[in-house]
Design a protein around this ligand. Structure first.
Ligand code: HEC
Ligand code: HEC
Length: 359
């Protein structure tokens, strides 16, 4: 009798435990349904610290939490670390080191007071903003604009002469070597899956329409002017520091007419993925058409002129379709190369030369 009661109590215990487990699971399920974010492991930074309590919980699965190397936490020790840091400074505070008013006269090689990071956001660590992550491995490469193989140093000098409206930096200079070291360091140990995400500009559906500067002006006034100014002149660093808090988009101190950003089909995806400042390629604010209109608007104003651009692209077939200056290897008028509609030009190169154009 005693034995039977014992067994019954045991059975009752098991049943109660199981019921308890079911209740706990059920409550957890409801809680998860109400606030799934609370159930994700909080990301741990590479230096082992957890982010501040106020930081939003990451909305990506932890397995995908990879980030480019940080100058704050990941710099190697010794001479190499110093060189990489200098490269980072040159790219972040370019006017201070290479601008027209730089301390060292021999280094006044940039013609404007832009910084590399004004276009290569996060000093080359932001995806969707022509990042430097993974770039080093892609050089040397064939360069259509020059019609020959080019090194990473040549590519940097392309931006010196056009985006920075200036002159080439000597390949052996400490400054060139430091920028290359920084870009190489950012390009090391990048997971395969991240290389595509960090490469260049995000995919952009070329709208079938012609860009309209009247609509572009309205978008500019509503979404850009507060930072970039009524006349695209930007806002200088407060306190008289070199360069800009918000860089100019046209006029005498902007990139020249031979720069990549001058092409509407390069500027539009950049703007869509990065502007107004704070948006990302995954979370844009402008539509493809709006980005096209505003890109054409900022690029239809006067800006410095680059000499000898007729010599660019010795093989004219390789010229991007929105290159606004001729000559071109096609029958389309100059105006269409500047404002579109671009799909007919893209189709022409596909049919005539079997070339797939994206910008
Ligand atoms: C006004 C914007 C702008 C500025 C300023 C600028 N760049 Fe660029 N840069 C671009 C654009 C646009 C491209 C891509 C052009 C293309 O694909 O044709 C590019 C490409 C590059 C690339 C090749 C990237 C790749 O994915 O292959 C490197 C390296 C580079 N720039 C370095 C620099 C450095 C260093 C500076 C400063 C000295 C600088 N850039 C300043 C706009 C800019
Ligand atoms: C909140 C301020 C802000 C707004 C609004 C804003 N930008 Fe910018 N923009 C910036 C900053 C800051 C940079 C430079 C980024 C850096 O250095 O990190 C920049 C860089 C740029 C650049 C590349 C650098 C250059 O000088 O050419 C372009 C092009 C640009 N913005 C276009 C636009 C357009 C078009 C809009 C409106 C759709 C816009 N921006 C709205 C702050 C802003």
């Amino acid at each position: 009798m005693e034995e039977l009661a014992k067994k019954a109590r045991l059975l009752m215990g098991i049943v109660m435990t199981l019921a308890g487990v079911v209740v706990v699971l059920f409550v957890t399920l409801i809680a998860y349904h109400l606030n799934p974010a609370a159930f994700r492991a909080s990301p741990v930074a590479e230096n082992g610290s957890t982010p501040e309590a106020s930081a939003p919980v990451a909305t990506v699965p932890t397995a995908a939490v990879w980030h480019p190397r940080s100058i704050e936490t990941d710099l190697p020790a010794g001479e190499r670390g110093k060189q990489i840091r200098y490269g980072y400074q040159l790219i972040s505070e370019t006017p201070r080191w290479l601008g027209p008013h730089a301390d060292e006269p021999a280094l006044r090689l940039a013609g404007n007071e832009l910084a590399c990071k004004n276009c290569h956001l996060g000093a080359g660590t932001k995806a969707g903003a022509i990042s430097f992550v993974g770039v080093a491995q892609r050089f040397p490469q064939f360069r259509g604009r020059e019609g020959k193989m080019g090194t990473l140093e040549d590519r940097i000098n392309g931006c010196m002469e056009r985006s920075m409206n200036g002159q080439e930096l000597p390949t052996q200079s400490a400054e060139m070597q430091a920028m290359v070291a920084y870009i190489q360091w950012l390009s090391e140990d990048v997971p395969e899956a991240k290389l595509a995400e960090y490469k260049g500009l995000p995919a952009f559906e070329i709208p079938a329409i012609k860009a309209d500067t009247v609509q572009g002006k309205a978008i500019y006034e509503a979404q850009c002017q507060a930072c970039h100014g009524t006349h695209g002149e930007g806002i200088r660093q407060p306190g008289g520091g070199a360069g800009y808090l918000y860089p100019p988009l046209w006029g005498a101190d902007s990139y020249n007419h031979g720069a990549g950003m001058r092409r509407v089909l390069t500027a539009a995806p950049f703007i869509k993925a990065n502007m107004p400042f704070g948006v990302s390629w995954e979370n844009p604010r402008l539509t493809d058409e709006e980005a096209l209109h505003v890109a054409a608007y900022i690029n239809h104003f006067e800006r410095p002129h680059k000499a000898n651009t007729a010599e660019d692209f010795p093989d004219k077939k390789l010229k991007p379709v929105s290159t606004p200056y001729g000559p071109w290897e096609d029958p389309f008028p100059a105006e269409q190369h500047q404002y579109g509609p671009f799909p007919p030009i893209v189709d022409y190169y596909q049919k005539t030369f079997a070339l797939k154009k994206t910008n």
